[in-house]
Design a protein around this ligand. Structure first.
Ligand code: ADP
Ligand code: MG
Length: 258
């Protein structure tokens, strides 16, 4: 049922374009010629085993790491040509759900959400702020936790509040790094449904970095398989896994025999 809701790439335009991207750390070559485009409105999964360079790639997209070589165009802007202030402006159009995007435990859920909003958007009335907080919490199904302290929440709920905190700025692009890591299967399914809901409600284009095949299958129209520093295959779930490639077959059977 969920699968029918997933939108495939539509031809409205390219929002992320990665060309010839390379990144090494000393002798360690992590990314060795990455090319990828993400279309407006699509959810694209990047699948790869641990240590394959997924987080490095997402950090480069977020402007947190510099590539050695290659071009990235996000929302029409070429990253390496941006001045720091322009990069900050572009970042405000992107939402991040990263493994380490911790909530502030000393603040209520309400304050955790209102903080980035009032920091980045000036001259909002108290009502505008509270409406925005309520809308974002509603989108992640946690309106009843508005007064809670993050410490009182489960891992899945904290993840949702983190996503709400980024939705409050109405991002055009969402980058998720391992959104289901460390969560139980029921909570994983809830987060997967939320990712699809965000795409539809906020009309975002997203990259979802994961090693969880169920997450990729249930949230994304296309999958890019990162193996040995390049995308070995990009396409629908069926396109990618209907293959004789030994490395892809191994990845598939490992995931589903855990
Ligand atoms: P994953 O696919 O699990 O997210 P990462 O992208 O985090 O993998 O890391 C890919 C490789 O790059 C790993 O071998 C990691 O140790 C290395 N690496 C990542 N960041 C750095 C860094 N800042 N300095 C040195 N090596 C790094
Ligand atoms: Mg990682």
């Amino acid at each position: 049922m969920e699968k029918e809701k997933i939108q495939l790439a539509n031809p409205e335009g390219t929002v992320i374009k990665i060309e010839g991207l390379y990144k090494s750390f000393g002798e360690l070559e992590v990314l060795k010629g990455i090319d990828l485009t993400v279309q407006k409105g699509e959810n694209l999964a990047i699948l790869g085993k641990s240590g394959s360079g997924k987080s490095v790639l997402i950090k480069i997209l977020a402007g947190l790491l510099k590539p050695d070589k290659g071009n990235i165009t996000m929302l029409g802007k070429q990253l390496n040509q941006l001045k720091p202030k322009q990069l900050d402006e572009l970042r405000l159009r992107m939402g991040f759900s990263f493994q380490n995007s911790a909530l502030y435990d000393g603040m209520s859920v309400y304050d955790n959400l209102s903080f980035p909003l009032t920091m980045n958007v000036k001259h909002l009335s108290r009502k505008q702020v509270s409406d925005a907080v309520e809308e974002a919490l509603d989108a992640v199904g946690l309106i009843d936790k508005i007064k809670s302290n993050p410490e009182e929440l489960s891992g899945g709920q904290r993840k949702r509040v983190g996503i709400a905190r980024t939705l409050i700025l109405k991002p055009e692009i969402m980058l998720y790094d391992e959104p289901t890591a460390g969560l139980d299967p029921v909570t994983c399914a809830e987060i997967n449904a939320l990712i699809v809901n965000v795409q539809q409600q906020y009309k975002t284009s997203s990259i979802i970095i994961t090693h969880d095949l169920t997450c990729a299958k249930n949230t994304c129209g296309r999958i890019a398989m990162l193996i040995d520093g390049t995308f070995l295959k990009v396409g629908t779930f069926a396109d990618v896994f209907n293959t004789n490639d030994e490395q892809i077959k191994k990845f598939y059977s490992y995931n589903f025999t855990l």
